[in-house]
Design a protein around this ligand. Structure first.
Ligand code: GLC
Length: 533
């Protein structure tokens, strides 16, 4: 085990691997763990501290692995438990820790518990690990509540025996009943299973949704903490227990929450010092490219986290979100699942400039930086995937109205030409014909590429550690702040070039300076005083 400092995570750069789309070693068209192992030198050279793997467990893949059939096994398409152990160990030898995804709100309908529940009669205790209920209406033909699934449509499905079961996501993802002792015990055992194999932490999926009101009221108006199936106060007991398990290891393990909550104070409750270590900052991620709105988000984020003593996180995207190059190329560049539609006009060149500037901005902020695979290559969203290759239930269950999330999951290009641009076999989602221009190989050779920018900024960022943060007054189209005594980050959201504060040296810029001024949609890191070394 690494004997690294206990607080390694507080300033870490954490790289998200979507294993099906990273690198395919056996040539079957789906990425695998052997593929990741073969590319560890790439990740080490990028300078990341940890890898977060989206679920790699055995799964029928009805929701890209977020439908787990067996937590103690790796999906055969990806490899074996031995491959995972070897990957964890090899990465650690290169100084890279591993974070795995835990999906506690639901399991796959192919999980043995659900199979048992289906085989049992209504009322049998085997059904108590889930939410089975009789329906409403004369013959139970109406679902128990009007709750809707996050993937469109009702959150209940009916069985032939007349009972309904709850699924806040797809029908293949039945929700677990967290007041059942088996559910509690099994998850704690699963955490230990992976901690004992050397993983440094877990990312907790849909973390605020686990506890439900057993009376099953409709959503309606409610007090904070009184929503029938989200952010109920009881959920915190679960994470307090998980924190104790994490802390029982000589090298304490880390809990990272996927917590989507609009209220900063409710969000911060998950970060109290006996709960999670950090949670994804979706507030920042979903805001558009605009100085004022991002300044406000940064201020709220810093204040909220200061109060609870947790590091802020900076996330530009993940496997659920439209890629930043595409998002920032739109007139309304904010993100919401509700407004995602096909055919939004996009200026990709502008989006690419802004995404590079956003990389410099987020890397300069205090706390933890998350990088989703492919963002370091400046990949755009692949928007024109044919309907028949799309897999995402978010797309299918919306009747094809929502593009879904496949467009940010297209396999990575490694080489500028050749089969599948060096990914492996014919990719499970087709890569666009011009994908070679984004390939790792092409970008390594180009000092101005987005990959080169990421490599340099991740390296420079190490100097910042816990350095203080202070805004520098500027005109409204510009954000500028200092980190510590001698580093200043300036971001220009306007169209006209902006004057820079006095500085000794421009360390890194997302676009070429114009007569010493910062062009629009660009960012720069300045050394404001000569360094004393
Ligand atoms: C999270 C995951 C997403 C998944 C959902 C259901 O939001 O990030 O990919 O579909 O949970 O598990």
């Amino acid at each position: 085990m690494s004997s690294g400092p206990r607080n390694w995570w507080r300033n870490a750069v954490i790289y998200q691997v979507y294993p099906r789309s990273f690198a395919d070693a056996n040539g079957d068209g789906t990425g695998d763990l052997a593929g990741v192992r073969s590319r560890l030198p790439y990740l080490a050279r990028l300078g990341v501290d940890a890898l977060w793997f989206t679920p790699w467990y055995r799964s029928p893949q009805n929701d890209g692995g977020y439908d787990v059939a067996d937590y103690r096994d790796i999906d055969p398409v990806l490899g074996t438990v031995e491959d995972a152990e070897a990957l964890i160990a090899e990465a650690l030898e290169m100084g890279i820790r591993t974070i795995v995804d835990i999906v506690p709100n639901h399991v796959s309908s192919e999980h043995e518990w659900f199979a048992e529940a289906l085989a049992a009669a209504p009322g049998d205790p085997a059904r108590d690990r889930f939410w089975f209920r009789d329906g409403r209406g004369e013959s139970g033909e109406l679902p128990p509540t009007e709750w809707t699934s996050s993937f469109s449509g009702p959150a209940w499905s009916r069985l032939d025996d007349g009972q309904w079961y709850l699924h806040l996501f797809a029908p293949e993802q039945p929700d677990l009943n967290w007041s059942h002792p088996d559910v509690v015990a099994e998850h704690e055992a699963v955490l230990r299973f992976w901690y004992d194999r050397g993983v440094a932490g877990v990312r907790i999926d849909s973390a605020s949704m686990l506890v439900k009101d057993p009376d099953l009221p409709e959503v309606g108006d409610h007090e904070p903490g009184g929503h029938p199936h989200n952010d109920r106060d009881g959920v915190h007991d679960i994470y307090r227990r998980w924190r104790k398990i994490a802390d029982s290891y000589a090298q304490p393990r880390v809990l990272v929450g996927e917590v989507w909550l609009p209220e900063a104070d409710r969000f911060a409750r998950y970060l109290r010092d006996d709960e999670m270590h950090m949670a994804f900052n979706f507030d920042f991620m979903t805001r558009g490219w605009d100085a004022e709105t991002l300044r406000e988000s940064i201020e709220t984020t810093l204040a909220t986290h200061r109060d609870v003593g947790a590091p802020p996180t900076w996330v530009l995207s993940n496997h659920d979100i439209t890629r930043p190059v595409t998002r920032y190329g739109r007139r309304d560049s904010s993100f919401s699942f509700e407004t995602k539609r096909f055919g939004t006009p996009t200026d990709l060149e502008r989006g690419a400039r802004r995404a590079r500037a956003a990389a410099l901005l987020t890397a300069a902020l205090p706390g933890v930086l998350y990088v989703y695979q492919g963002d370091e290559l400046g990949l755009p969203e692949v928007e024109d995937l044919p309907a028949e290759v799309r897999e995402d239930p978010m797309h299918h269950r919306s009747g094809g109205v929502d593009p879904g999330r496949d467009g940010c999951r297209v396999p990575l290009p490694w080489t500028s030409g050749g089969k599948a641009f060096g990914f492996g076999g014919p990719p499970w989602l087709p890569q666009p014909a011009d994908w070679g221009r984004y390939a790792v190989e092409s970008q390594l050779a180009d000092p101005d590429s987005t990959l080169s920018l990421y490599r340099r900024v991740i390296g420079l960022r190490r100097e910042l550690r816990d350095a203080d943060f202070a805004w520098i007054p500027t005109d409204p189209q510009v954000l500028a702040f200092r980190r510590g005594e001698d580093l200043t980050c300036v971001v220009n959201f306007g169209d006209a070039p902006a004057a820079l504060p006095d500085h000794a040296e421009a360390l890194i810029a997302s676009a070429r300076l114009e007569d010493g001024r910062l062009p629009g949609d660009a960012a720069v890191w300045l050394r404001t005083r000569p360094s004393h070394q």
